[in-house]
Design a protein around this ligand. Structure first.
Ligand code: COA
Length: 264
């Protein structure tokens, strides 16, 4: 197991799992520009590791996942600086989405503004029953800047996205589950354990190239027409028959034994 302490987050790698914990408890884990740089470094470190099969992303403490972009750091910036901050935030979240392994958000409290946006950039969103979600930017005179208008609308539909972004209102975990913002909810005490259980199940039972292919197809398919997306599915399906894991997975089934996938 390895632990790397960045200024604003911790990265723990206990292969096959990696866990990123945003750690700025004094500001409820708010995302400063430096935090986004640390996040990008952690993502790059994970990308280097062939033995990592799933990532968990959470916040330090039991009150907040991430309470938003750091308002203190944004209060006096110029439009040019705001442009750079939002563009960089988008780039980091795209790097997170581009990891070939599943990223599971374990939303352990407030996920507001940038926190909600960060959670939505993950593949699967697990939340504590005590979690609170929202895009409160309009209450501060701005709009979401890390993909909130876009990923939220794609995730919950334009109607719910309008309700949330126009009012800035906060919703609890049950409502987040109802509208499809959260995928599953658990008591806070068992949230991390459930996230690890899911990550471990994917790591142990599923062929890595196949999971990466599902991830790619679902992500890209959302933005293109169905016929083109289905054509990508056909070619990706075919390509996997060139993998050792396909031969191993099917042989193991026929020989009634557990498959040993290598990601090759
Ligand atoms: N940026 C900077 N600092 C933040 C922050 C943010 N997004 N969210 C919380 N903090 C800080 C608070 O200023 C406070 O600092 P202080 O102790 O020096 O006063 C500390 O974190 C604790 O927050 P506090 O507001 O005292 O906790 P609370 O339990 O009363 O309220 C929230 C919790 C999350 C409801 C409230 O902090 C909040 O509304 N935060 C901003 C949410 C937001 O608008 N996010 C989108 C930003 S674009």
């Amino acid at each position: 197991m390895s632990q790397t302490h960045f200024d604003n987050l911790q990265l723990e790698i206990a292969a096959p799992l990696a866990t990123i914990t945003i750690h700025r408890p004094q500001v409820l884990n708010a995302l400063s520009p430096a935090t986004m740089e640390d996040l990008d470094r952690a993502i790059a470190a994970i990308r280097e590791r062939q033995d990592v099969r799933a990532v968990i992303l959470t916040g330090a403490g039991d009150k907040a996942f991430v309470a938003g972009a750091d308002i203190g750091a944004m209060a006096t910036i110029t439009p040019i600086q705001a442009q750079a901050f939002a563009a960089r935030g988008h780039a980091v979240l795209q790097n997170l989405e581009a990891l070939p392994v599943p990223v599971i958000a374990a939303v352990n409290g407030f996920a507001l503004g940038g926190g909600c946006e960060l959670a939505m950039a993950c593949d699967i969103l697990l939340a504590a029953e005590s979690a609170i979600f929202g895009q409160p930017e309009v209450n501060l005179g701005i709009i979401p800047g890390f993909g909130g208008t876009q990923r939220l609308a794609r995730r919950v539909g334009v109607g719910q996205a309008r309700l949330l972004t126009y009012t800035g209102k906060r919703i609890d975990a049950r409502e987040a589950l109802r509208i499809g913002l959260a995928d599953q909810i658990f008591p806070l005490e068992s949230l991390l354990e459930e996230a690890k259980k899911l990550a471990t199940e994917i790591s142990k039972k599923s062929a890595p190239l196949a999971v990466a292919a599902c991830k790619r197809l679902i992500a890209h398919g959302a933005d293109i027409d169905l016929a083109t997306a289905n054509a990508f599915e056909v070619s990706t399906f075919a390509n996997l028959f060139a993998s050792q894991d396909q031969r191993e997975g099917m042989a193991a089934f026929l020989e009634k034994r557990k498959a040993e996938f290598k990601g090759e």
